[in-house]
Design a binder for this molecule. Structure first.
Ligand SMILES: [Zn+2]
Length: 359
């Protein structure tokens, strides 16, 4: 977890800027299968006899567009195929081991990885053994890579709210063994946050962070439900909160962190280009932001790239990037000692000389 300070690297436009991969940060929005290395997907598919579509082999990363239900269905189908290559407990341990290594090399000293155990339960002996396997593998992977790894159990909003309650109880049961939050994922158009109030009440009473997805495929109303009904501490994406000034004010006042994933938004057609993701507007409004990669396996880029994207597309200075890193750490469930160490590392990163800091 030690902060690594490297010398400034050359920017494409000339001059030197600090290396964003060396900036200590927390990664709060990363899905389990979606974190897999592409090379591992191809290897495991071969090993386990899974036929991958071209979009996941020679045409990788796939061209996606999820702004209509058909597009989302295609994204989901590719995700399900990718998940099907994880057959044995060792496959799952390998995924987490490599993900933790990749996180460490991108400056992420604390990772919260999101998993819906229902998607794996049939292969790993049921929900409880799946959660136990994930937690054990996460601990092992984090220790080996020298980072902290927490787990967010996420319910699927297209399934019955009672399933979500079952998951919330399970998540709470493992709250002191590595589960740090409770999420809600999948197609916002097919499951309103409103229906999952009960599950989130269980999770919050059990001391978990509330981290539902909202305001990605649907507008501000979806974010509002996450804030008002699910007691969100963080919101997955939430970028469309920018469409409602009063809601945004509430998000700022409550100190809710938005897990903004620029490359994902572009890949899924939520924003036409990275320049259209409202990172600058949200930041200027005072919203707390934790940049995330969402599903590197399907979108083709990891965490450090999200920081360089906002540097390149939204003219974030190194001081502003450092502030984003601080907000990611402050919005995390990392223990105090870890937060302190990472925050000290952020200051050191910024204090290191840069020949030509961008204004
Ligand atoms: Zn997500």
């Amino acid at each position: 977890m030690e902060a690594v300070i490297t010398s400034p690297v050359s920017a494409p436009g000339g001059g030197a800027v600090r290396d964003v991969a060396a900036l200590p940060k927390a990664h709060l929005h990363l899905h389990f299968t979606g974190s897999m290395r592409h090379s591992t997907l191809v290897e495991l598919a071969e090993q386990n006899g899974v036929q991958l579509p071209d979009a996941l082999v020679e045409d990788w990363p796939p061209k996606l567009r999820a702004t209509d239900e058909r597009g989302w269905f295609r994204f989901q189908r590719l995700y399900d195929i990718a998940r099907s290559v994880l057959v044995t407990p060792d496959d799952l341990r390998r995924l987490l081991r490599e993900t933790a290594q990749d996180e460490a090399s991108e400056g992420s000293g604390w990772l919260e990885i999101q998993v819906d155990p229902s998607g794996y339960a049939s292969r790993f002996g049921g929900l409880t053994p799946t959660v136990e396997l994930v937690l054990d593998a996460a601990r092992e992977a984090g220790d080996a890579a020298g980072i902290g790894v927490g787990v967010v159990i996420a319910a699927n909003r297209t399934r019955h709210p009672l399933d979500a309650k079952t998951l919330a109880r399970l998540a709470v049961h493992y709250a002191d063994q590595g589960v740090v939050g409770f999420g809600l994922s999948n197609d916002e158009r097919r499951g309103r946050a409103y229906d999952f109030e009960g599950a989130f009440r269980i999770a919050r009473r059990g001391g978990l962070l509330s981290t539902p997805h909202g305001g990605e495929l649907q507008g501000a109303a979806s974010v509002r439900e996450c804030v008002d009904l699910l007691g969100a501490d963080r919101i997955g994406h939430g970028v469309r909160a920018v469409e409602d000034g009063r809601l945004l004010e509430r998000i700022v006042d409550r100190g809710i962190t938005l897990e903004v994933c620029p490359a994902s938004n572009v890949s899924l057609g939520v924003a036409p280009t990275a320049a259209d993701v409202p990172v600058r507007a949200l930041f200027e409004a005072g919203a707390r932001i934790a940049l995330g990669a969402d599903d590197p396996l399907l979108f083709g880029s990891r965490l450090a790239r999200q920081y360089s994207l906002v540097r390149d597309e939204h003219a974030f200075t190194d001081a502003e990037l450092a502030e984003l890193a601080r907000q990611s750490i402050q919005g995390s469930a990392a223990p105090d000692a870890v937060r302190k160490e990472l925050l000290t590392g952020v200051d050191a990163w910024l204090a290191a000389p840069s020949d030509a800091p961008r204004a």
